[in-house]
Design a protein around this ligand. Structure first.
Ligand code: ACO
Length: 324
């Protein structure tokens, strides 16, 4: 197989939907002030889903995986590689991927997590594509799954209104037809401090701050430029141009960053897939969640060319150009 192709998509949102108004009312009980207006204007977010206590990232991943398998006409036993992109795994170890593999009722195939925060899904897809093209795997489950609500400081209004929980998955299979056309990944560890959860587990307790910290403006400034560069790099590698992109499916963090990228790629805004309004920022889950919504909603069709791109903590960023 010279290429890998997406043969099915699936996603899952935990049932509890929290609107901006719900969240504002909840925060007000602890003296934290925010409003639907502020959140919508700055980010485009209107609601997000939060997992209930007891639900784990591997639970969300397993639901999304089953839907992707069904869409691909595959069963768990067909799968020979599992990669879960997450920064909120069930436990320090083993990986969410191993735990989820068992929930799917299979054993034996390699399973591991990729941790690149909001770029996690484009990283995971790139790794799976490489493994399929070298012959190390032929049918992969590639999943982004997060429960960011567990690492949010609900006393910090500058971050807690932005994120949500969920999972999205694709089945990626070896093929003689493309498929994934080009990938482009980057990291710059000089920017660790602008987006991080600095705490860790040590000496029998959490050492350091276990909550997400973000310098929103610093992230914003870096994001638009690097996203354009990564998108252009994949186009150049594939010998394609802006005009060939049918759908832009970016990491869903902020509508203004997404629209800024679309403008730089000279794409009309109706070619931008938007789910941030209903999902919030679900980190590594946001791209496969948006892809699945666009497929099931009838927007993305077989043969369309998709630009997937993400940016997140690390700093990490990357893009994947796909013929769907
Ligand atoms: N409700 C009401 N007011 C608020 C809230 C809130 N939830 N949060 C902040 N404010 C206030 C601030 O206190 C500030 O008030 P002040 O002027 O009196 O000090 C004012 O609103 C403006 O705050 P800014 O931080 O300047 O707001 P900004 O316009 O930069 O928007 C935002 C903040 C939305 C976070 C923006 O910077 C952004 O989207 N950055 C990119 C973030 C991002 O994309 N992160 C994710 C990428 S990677 C990943 O997904 C993990």
């Amino acid at each position: 197989n010279r290429y890998s192709r997406i043969t099915g998509t699936g996603s899952y949102l935990p049932p509890r939907r929290v609107t901006n108004q719900d969240l504002a009312a909840q925060l007000a009980t602890t003296g934290v002030e925010t409003s639907d207006n502020w959140i919508v204007e700055r980010t485009g977010i209107r609601a997000r889903h939060f997992a209930d206590p007891g639900t784990t990232t591997s639970d969300l991943a397993a639901h999304a995986a089953r839907r992707a398998l069904e869409a691909a006409g595959r069963v768990p036993a067909d799968i020979d590689l599992i990669i879960v992109a997450t920064s909120t795994p069930d436990m320090v170890f083993p990986s969410a991927a191993c735990i989820m593999q068992n929930k799917l009722g299979i054993a034996g195939c390699p399973a591991f997590d990729v941790q690149a925060v909001c770029s996690g899904f484009v990283y995971a897809l790139t790794v799976a594509d490489s493994m399929i093209r070298t012959g190390a795997a032929s049918k992969a489950l590639v999943i982004g799954a997060e429960i960011f609500s567990r690492i949010l400081d609900f006393k910090d209004r500058t971050t807690c209104v932005l994120f949500g929980d969920g999972a999205g998955a694709v089945v990626l299979e070896g093929s003689n037809e493309p498929g994934i056309l080009a990938t482009d990944l980057h990291a710059d560890g000089r920017h660790v401090g602008i987006l991080c959860v600095p705490g860790t587990v040590a000496g029998g307790q959490v050492s350091g701050d276990p909550f997400l910290k973000m310098d929103g403006q610093a992230v914003f400034k870096l994001a638009v430029g690097v996203l354009e560069d990564a998108a252009r790099a994949t186009l150049a590698k594939a010998g394609r141009t802006d005009a060939d992109i049918d759908w832009l499916i970016p990491h869903q963090a902020n509508i203004r960053i997404m629209q800024g990228t679309a403008k730089k790629l000279k794409m009309p805004l109706d070619k931008l897939v938007v789910t941030v309004d209903e999902h919030g920022n679900t980190s590594a889950a946001s791209i496969p969640l948006a892809l699945d919504a666009a497929v099931r909603g009838g927007k993305v069709k077989r043969g369309d060319t998709l630009m997937l791109e993400g940016v997140g903590g690390g700093f990490t960023w990357g893009a994947v150009l796909v013929d769907f």
